[in-house]
Write a protein that binds this ligand. Sequence first.
Ligand SMILES: C[S@@+](CC[C@H](N)C(=O)[O-])C[C@H]1O[C@@H](n2cnc3c(N)ncnc32)[C@H](O)[C@@H]1O
Length: 427
Amino acid sequence: MAAYRTLRAITADDAYANLALAEHTAGLSARDAAFATELVAGACRSLGLYDAIIASAAGRPLRSLQPAVIDLLRLGTHQLLELRVPSHAAVAATVELARQVLSQRVTGVVNAILRKVAALGAEGWATRLRTERADAEALLVRHPQWIIDAYADLLPAGELPAALVANNEPPVPHLVIRPGLAEVAELGGRPLRWSPFGVEASGNPADLSAVVQGRAGVQDEGSQLIAWALARVGAPPGPWLDLCAGPGGKAALLAGLARDKGERLLASELQPHRAALVARALDVYPEPKPVVIAADGTRPAWPSNRFVRVLLDAPCTGLGALRRRPEARWRRKPSDLDALVPLQHQLLEAAINATAPGGVIAYATCSPHRRETSAIVEAAEGVEIMDAHAVLPEIPDAARGRYLQLWPHRHGTDAMFLALLRKPVAT
Ligand SMILES: C[S@@+](CC[C@H](N)C(=O)[O-])C[C@H]1O[C@@H](n2cnc3c(N)ncnc32)[C@H](O)[C@@H]1O
């Protein structure tokens, strides 16, 4: 029931999987919560594949089934094809769930389709889909073809399978301190490979007092490294800006790093409710506190030529964080790029405008896609592209031309992209 309600929230209401899961698994035993999590994560990750199997087993297009029935079938299919749940139990439990949440009327169709799914098994379905569908190979590695193409555009051919497999494995959560307010040793767990600010979480982060008190948080090492690179690069003294700060992960680290240098961070975010999350994350710092505002980064609420270190963590497709949001790969469409790319150009222009001569802009995305990374930066005027990898030379296999590109299968982080751009001192 918890898995079904979570999946419904994701597919019908566009909920974030992690938030919906937390809501619907509250009060369950750790074992039941883990099972619900696996059911939802598996159904989300393999959604395209399971939908193809369900349609084939039903002998009719998916759209002829009720959306709620499809979600039930996705959960049943995951148990039948990937988990060690005995087939009779997976079918019986899903049919009973259908009766409870929908009606007796739909139990027949759920039962019939799942029995067909069970009869062929995972191998049998792979063979059947290869005869039925041109996109079978992509579905079998749990990615839509356009995302595979975007990865293939950037990686050596031999590495592509490992990169796709890494997207299907849930990440180990990483923790990060707020510099000056907590020590890494307080967090327990193994220190991260390159970020000096974090560890691999060894238990439930919510059990750590540093996390409860906001002196530490959960943040992928890749994101920590973006903030660290901007703090490490040479730049004149002066104020720092985070132009797209919500929900505040990088801003919380940057604010502490700015304090270390005697500087102050202005964190700006378009969405007021996300700006409120930033404010909450930064409130832990003592006076003089970092400043948080809700503002459209393309209509600057600050003077030109003002900031010496500017983070533009741009809204993007998130194709580099698919481990964390397994459903996103099926929701995102290539046409999303057509809306995001012009915004990314505009935001970068605004970031350049906000930067003081001699200052540095970190342009980051949690997507490696060429159109929203190097293509944006290379179209920018009035800045010099720096060697971003030279700022974090200790990270192996992370240079992508003059940019830094992390990968889950190489670095155990999200596939973060970073370009560092310097605004020349006026001539
Ligand atoms: C990739 S997220 C930033 C993540 C954040 N840096 C962190 O580490 O927690 C991009 C953010 O940009 C915000 N955004 C989108 N359009 C914007 C705009 N025109 N001006 C400012 N922020 C914008 C989105 O609401 C989103 O919160």
